[in-house]
Design a protein around this ligand. Structure first.
Ligand code: ADP
Length: 265
């Protein structure tokens, strides 16, 4: 903290006091540091797929093109790297829009049952591919929540996508919900690889991953959970994680219950 002190004088040039200005440079420095770290991270994340694409392109130009099987394999890798690059840019854009509050945030009374059912359809083929069971346990009388449907869909997509990615074949994913005071708490639980204790508090940071290589291989951008956290905070809700390595993870979030119209109104 920087303190500037200037004497305060009256009209006869007599000191009558002091003016102290506290400059919280530590906070400013911290922000500055975060910004430059973020830019370094983004550059690194963008460069990684580009380096890989360039490597395969050069090998193709150097003659690998002659072998059709090899060429096809390389093109497939380049294709998936390009897709990851696109996802990364999309995620960065949505994160920055949410952060700058430049999103159309339109909370409306919403039925979570419908949203979760839609998720089951959306992920059907991937769930089947990995022989994962998908269980929905929402109470029938779950109240409506006041939330932005598109955004909560994004939250569920990111959490279920992770649950699928990080759960070995044959496992189980369960989406449940319950009333907690004036909030509904939604939980996405899996029987996956789990997250070490020391990583749990960092998991919602941008680009933080337990295993970078594994996340990349699975097509991750490292931004999914940061987006989840931002969206839930926009709804004034909270996110949490509970996990045990080798047993599974549970991700929870809260959204406000939609105010019921008072009787007689
Ligand atoms: P990514 O694109 O890498 O999945 P996320 O922000 O969605 O990025 O998640 C950050 C990290 O948290 C992941 O790389 C992974 O290490 C860990 N993680 C997230 N969800 C799960 C889960 N359901 N099971 C185990 N690890 C998870």
């Amino acid at each position: 903290i920087l303190i500037h002190v200037t004497p305060l004088k009256d009209e006869h040039d007599q000191k009558v006091g002091l003016v102290a200005v506290f400059d919280d440079i530590t906070e400013e420095r911290k922000l500055e540091k975060m910004r430059s770290e973020f830019i370094a991270n983004v550059s690194h994340e963008l460069r990684t797929p580009l380096t890989s694409i360039k490597g395969f392109l050069e090998t193709l130009l150097d003659g690998a093109l002659e072998d059709k099987t090899i060429a096809k394999h390389f093109l497939q890798i380049m294709n998936s790297e390009t897709e990851r690059l696109t996802r990364l840019i999309d995620d960065l854009l949505s994160l920055s829009k949410i952060e700058a509050k430049k999103v159309d945030f339109a909370p409306k009374p919403l039925m979570l049952q419908e949203l979760v059912q839609k998720m089951k359809l959306l992920f059907k083929s991937r769930l089947e591919e990995k022989e994962l069971s998908f269980i929905i346990s929402l109470p029938e009388n779950l109240p409506l929540v006041l939330a932005d449907g598109d955004m909560i869909s994004q939250v569920l997509i990111n959490l279920i996508d992770n649950a699928i990615k990080y759960t070995p074949a044959g496992g189980k994913i369960e989406v449940s919900a319950d009333v907690k005071g004036s909030w509904v708490e939604v939980v996405v639980k899996d029987t996956g690889i789990g997250i070490p204790e020391e990583s749990q508090k960092r998991i919602f940071e941008r680009f933080y991953r337990v295993d970078k290589a594994r996340s990349r291989e699975l097509g991750g951008t490292g931004l999914g959970l940061a987006i989840v956290k931002h969206i839930i905070e926009l709804h004034n809700g909270k996110v949490w994680v509970k996990s045990k390595v080798g047993e599974g993870s549970a991700f929870g979030f809260t959204v406000p219950i939609a105010q019921q119209a008072q009787k007689g109104e």
